[in-house]
Design a protein around this ligand. Structure first.
Ligand code: 8X3
Length: 255
């Protein structure tokens, strides 16, 4: 197992869920983390807590991945201490609405495509050249089971996660001679704020996980840490994690 101690890890979308769990999981392994999300006050709170708990260095960054300008500014103004990013975790993403295609609100599509696809692209585009220059880097994308399957009322969310899968595969090919690893971690039912944001309704959100034990953000972060800490000759191309009672995106056994 490769040590993560002292590595610089850049994580997007750390205000809750999988991103927040990743920030803690990497800090617990001694990594120094650049944590980012749209609301700086939340990121700063997480940063303070991580510093106090693990004694690692933490840089709190306000970042809306939908803004190419904000990304470029943030990455290019990183100090020498933080510039040499070893691992990028492209986590920021969301589902907004769950409706039949012809009844859905196109604003939801903009938000999902801008965050899940364009956000991931532009953050990667800003960070990858430094990795290539340093001849080392690992890009870990947070995909989804929705990137393997399409399901009813999920056309655009599924499309964005299929895009993450395609980008991951192409990027692995494009960087194969640069000592860059590219991986995707694809989870099924993870109970976070995800369904609250998707439905905007706490009751509906709760029903998604009813009758089974869903994954937690920490379960997914475990897989991300595993992926990032293999020996140098190993690349985990993809990990798919499902809840124990989940067979596919649409088939689960509930008691
Ligand atoms: C979240 C998993 O099944 O709700 O990415 O699409 S699912």
């Amino acid at each position: 197992m490769e040590s993560l101690k002292g590595k610089i890890v850049f994580i997007t979308g750390v205000s809750s869920g999988i991103g927040k769990s990743c920030a803690y999981a990497f800090a617990a392994k001694g990594a120094n983390v650049i944590i980012s999300a749209r609301r700086l006050e939340i990121v700063e709170k997480v940063a303070q807590d991580i510093r106090a708990k693990f004694g690692v260095k933490v840089f709190a960054l306000k970042l809306d991945v939908r803004s190419r300008e904000e990304i470029d500014k943030a990455v290019f103004s990183l100090s020498d201490e933080w510039k040499a990013i070893d691992i990028l975790i492209n986590n920021a993403g969301l589902a907004k609405g769950m409706n039949k295609f012809y009844e859905d609100d196109a604003d939801n599509w903009d938000e999902m495509i801008d965050t899940n696809v364009k956000g991931l692209l532009f953050v990667t585009k800003a960070i990858l050249p430094g990795m290539i220059e340093r001849k080392f880097g690992h890009i870990i994308n947070i995909g989804s089971i929705a990137g393997h399957e399409a399901y009813p009322k999920g056309a655009v969310y599924c499309a964005t996660k299929h895009a993450v899968d395609a980008i991951t595969r192409s990027l692995r090919m494009d960087t194969i001679d640069k000592n860059i690893l590219v991986s995707t971690i694809d989870a099924g039912l993870v109970e976070t704020n995800f369904s609250n944001i998707r439905f905007g309704d706490a009751e509906k959100a709760k029903n998604v996980y009813k009758g089974l034990t869903p994954l937690t953000g920490d379960d997914v972060a475990d897989a991300v840490v595993f992926c990032a800490s293999r020996p140098a000759h190993v690349n985990i191309a993809e990990i798919t994690l499902l809840a124990a009672r989940q067979a596919s995106a649409t088939i689960s056994y509930r008691e």
